[in-house]
Design a protein around this ligand. Structure first.
Ligand code: NAD
Length: 501
């Protein structure tokens, strides 16, 4: 009998559901079924696959509220945030069904040299048969489907392994694929780390989102199997507020960027560097704004802005970072402690912080906002780059050209200027973590779907004599003739072409 595990509400610990702990045999059996269905899925071509994806989009919209409720129950998000993921995924479906045919179009490159002059060359993009997607708990629906959709559109079968903390909405969404009667090329397996490891052992491409620690293990295992992988990992995103910034906008963005999803976003604002002339104004506005935030266990009536953390482990990390900061001389202008009830931590603004503190170096992934005063732009850039992570960053200045110059000096895969998280909604641009924040990228127009494909070259003879000059038997006459023809077509100048030099 398959073992089960309990999924609980992080807001109050109540049990929500029992879910199977699937072992290596279950995962291998699911992989086998997916592989069998994938051949036909690829064969129906992009238009056929796009038709199914569009029907799936309708199902997602028709079940938006039910999906949001499940997602909210297992994540503790406020309703506003629990209802963002379905529209996000629908946009991903719209983007790839609209542009996918063009992104996957076959190419027929022109011959380059004499040997291939009479051949026809084609380059096809054939999918990896089975893509494994392993996801964390912070955006359980969006992170499974923003990668699942382009993989399915490319013609791959997809096996998704959600976090053990939040498997319910992913299971529900994958069940929707079966409910619309789509070919059985999309499956969900549930369990803890070993289930994820079994996914890595059974697929042809691994798409992982999660911590840097797990990403490293997965990358090593995938490399042993010689299967490609893409890792979207942790971050320690910096916000640089220059002396000519619109301080009101920057302060509002900082609070949203740090507290949204209780700070559990890979691209959360994790540290802020503010130039001295606007520092006091910025901090005062941030503190005022944070004090207005309503924290609690939301239902569907938008009563709260900030929810719980996803689990006790995450709460412990936040407590450790804040304690370390306070013990080393930082001040908490708001919060600084856990709140009543489940895994809630009060929105916390920290000042007098420095790079000797854990909160400025390790990923906190909680509702904290450490703010540091800096003398000039060079210091802000130096400190922003003084990190093992390089996911994304933001720059704030009313002089966009100046902000762009700063952005080009940052070691981060994405930079938003005078904006927060907007690159995540810009589907034509890649999201790529630099340094310890990842390997590869997700989304990003054509590249976001082509990553799930292998190029296949087909070169065919348009003229087919009995033999070719390069084939047996070798002879001095043939060799010299060939050399002359090749030299004539390859060399740059007339003398070399004619063999006179
Ligand atoms: P995690 O690494 O603990 O777990 C992620 C997933 O990996 C889970 O499904 C887990 O069961 C699975 N897993 C654990 N051990 C495994 C193993 N040995 N083999 C295969 N799978 C295994 O991460 P988490 O705590 O769930 O998520 C938080 C992290 O995710 C943060 O670091 C955050 O920055 C990161 N994240 C990154 C992005 C991005 O796009 N860069 C987006 C969201 C979250």
């Amino acid at each position: 009998m398959t073992a089960m595990f309990t999924v609980r509400s992080p807001a109050d610990g109540t049990p929500l559901a029992e879910v199977p702990e699937q072992g290596p045999h279950d995962v291998a059996a699911t992989a086998q079924e997916l592989r069998e269905a994938q051949t036909e899925w690829e064969a129906i071509g992009f238009p056929g696959r796009a038709r199914w994806l569009r029907r799936y989009r309708d199902w997602l919209l028709d079940n938006e509220t039910a999906l949001g409720k499940t997602l909210q129950s297992e994540t503790g998000k406020p309703w506003f945030e629990a209802t963002i993921e379905v529209p996000y995924v629908v946009e991903v479906i719209n983007y790839y069904t609209k542009n996918g045919a063009r992104f996957l179009a076959e190419e027929t490159p022109r011959p380059h040299n004499a040997i291939t002059m009479t051949k026809r060359s084609q380059v096809l993009l054939r999918p990896y048969p089975l893509v494994g997607i392993i996801t964390p708990w912070n955006f359980p629906l969006a992170l499974a489907l923003m990668d699942g959709v382009p993989a399915l559109a490319a013609g791959a079968a997809v096996m998704v392994k959600p976090s053990e903390f939040t498997p319910l909405v992913t299971r529900q969404a994958v069940a929707g694929w079966a409910e619309i009667g789509a070919p059985p090329v999309f499956a969900c397996v549930t369990g803890h780390g070993p289930t994820g490891a079994a996914v890595v052992d059974n697929v042809d491409y691994v798409q992982f989102t999660g911590s840097t620690r797990t990403g490293r293990i997965i990358g090593a295992r995938a490399a042993e199997r010689l299967v490609p992988f893409s890792l979207e990992l942790g971050g320690k995103d910096a916000m640089l507020v220059l002396d000519d910034a619109d301080v009101d906008r920057a302060a509002n963005a900082a609070v949203w960027g740090a507290m949204c999803n209780s700070g559990q976003m890979c691209t959360s604002v994790e540290r802020v560097y503010v130039l001295a002339p606007v520092y006091d104004d910025f901090v005062a506005k941030v503190v005022d704004k944070v004090r207005t935030l309503r924290q609690g266990r939301d239902d569907q009536s938008y009563r709260f802005d900030v929810g719980s953390l996803a689990n006790e482990n995450q709460l412990a990390v936040v407590e450790r970072h804040v304690e370390d900061a306070l013990n080393n001389g930082a001040k908490a202008l708001t919060g600084g402690k856990r709140a009543e009830g489940g895994t809630f931590y009060e929105p916390t603004v920290l000042v007098d912080v420095h790079h000797g503190m854990t909160c400025m170096r390790e990923e906190t992934f909680g509702p904290t906002l450490p703010i540091m005063k800096v003398d000039d732009v060079d210091e802000a850039v130096r400190l922003a780059n003084d990190s093992s992570y390089g996911l994304s960053a933001t720059v704030w200045s009313t002089n966009t050209a100046r902000a762009e110059q700063v952005a080009r000096r940052l070691e981060a895969g994405s930079v938003n200027i005078n904006d927060m998280f907007t690159n995540l909604f810009a589907l034509p641009v890649p999201q790529a973590g630099w340094k310890q924040s990842g390997v590869g990228f997700r989304n990003g127009g054509a590249a976001g779907i082509r990553k799930y494909c292998r190029p296949q070259s087909i070169v065919s003879a348009r003229v087919a004599p009995r033999s070719e000059p390069t084939w047996y038997p070798y002879s001095p006459v043939k060799s010299k003739m060939l050399a002359r023809v090749m030299r004539f077509t390859m060399a740059r100048d007339v003398l070399r072409r004619l063999g006179l030099r």
